[in-house]
Write a protein that binds this ligand. Structure first.
Ligand code: PAF
Length: 284
């Protein structure tokens, strides 16, 4: 496995793969890798000739400087994991290598057809502009046949599908296929997240109430309307000392607009566990 830090070297390696007719898979990450990422990488390795993994804590998608500063980083440990599961290349650039000073400070704008106006987009203004900025750049650089994303960030995956399918960009990324990969959970049910590294064992136990409540809500959905289930989830999680729900919304899986019923619906939750912001979701 080779670690690449410059765009020039990345382009050289991508061109060599293309010349040899190899298929390329890409797993974009911000590092602090866990078994959830590993599942994406393993799938990428099994479905493509060459697997590129990007490890880049993208500053333009953080609207909170403290969150950016505290985001866990450990390239050596990430590289060890990636090498052990068969990734071929790790692209780990500095922010200066990825962006000019202008790009770093200017707001990248993109037509999200309203998908960015709800949930994460509403709570973290500009977040998805930064995500699309970096992901589209990675797609241009790596020219992957397939790119892998985890469904824990369900809204992000919906937005990336929209970016690739949008009429003006159609064809820009060739026949790129976005592969949605299911949430990976600890045996306890807690959704794996790089942010879990910031939770003590006691806080991890507290955070369990999030997934437990979501699973329980599938039962409630059998007899209750959407609005009641939504409120009951919020009340149940908020009743746990140490947890505070930022939002819980039950939306249509495609439009991300409030769901009228449970067919094709997904519930997306964000909860503060102390200072750590955790997200999870459940399909009904
Ligand atoms: O999901 C993430 O880790 C990031 O948002 C991504 C897709 C790697 C872009 O920085």
């Amino acid at each position: 496995m080779q670690i690449i830090t410059s765009k020039q070297e990345l382009t050289k390696q991508v061109e060599a793969c293309k010349r040899q007719g190899k298929t390329i898979g890409l797993v974009p990450t911000m590092g602090a890798l866990h078994e959830g990422h590993a599942s994406l990488v393993k799938r990428c390795v099994s479905e493509n000739d060459i697997c590129f993994v990007s490890v880049f804590v993208n500053p333009t998608q953080f609207n909170n400087k403290e969150d950016l500063a505290k985001y866990p980083r450990n390239l050596n440990r990430d590289a060890e994991l990636l090498s052990s599961i068969g990734a071929h290349f790790v692209f780990a650039p500095t922010p200066e290598e990825m962006y000019t000073a202008e790009e770093m400070s200017q707001t990248f704008s993109f037509d999200f057809a309203g998908l960015d106006k709800v949930m994460e987009g509403k709570m973290r203004p500009g977040h998805f502009n930064g995500v699309v900025q970096v992901v589209s750049r990675l797609f241009y650089l790596v020219q992957p046949d397939r790119a892998y994303f985890g469904e824990k960030d369900f809204q992000q995956v919906a937005i990336i599908h929209h970016m690739v399918e949008r009429s003006t960009l159609k064809g820009t990324f060739g026949d790129l296929k976005i592969i949605d990969c299911p949430i990976v959970r600890e045996a306890s049910g807690l959704a794996l997240s790089s942010r879990n590294e910031r939770l003590s064992e006691a806080k991890k136990k507290t955070a369990l109430a999030i997934s437990q409540t979501l699973f329980q809500s599938r039962e409630w959905a059998k007899t209750m309307p959407v609005s009641e289930v939504q409120q009951r989830v919020i009340d149940t999680v908020n009743a746990v000392s140490g947890l505070e729900v930022e939002y819980y919304e039950i939306v249509d899986q495609s439009s991300l607009l409030p769901a009228a019923d449970f067919s094709h619906a997904i519930g997306c939750i964000t909860v503060y566990c102390g200072p750590v912001r955790l997200i999870d979701n459940i399909k009904y």
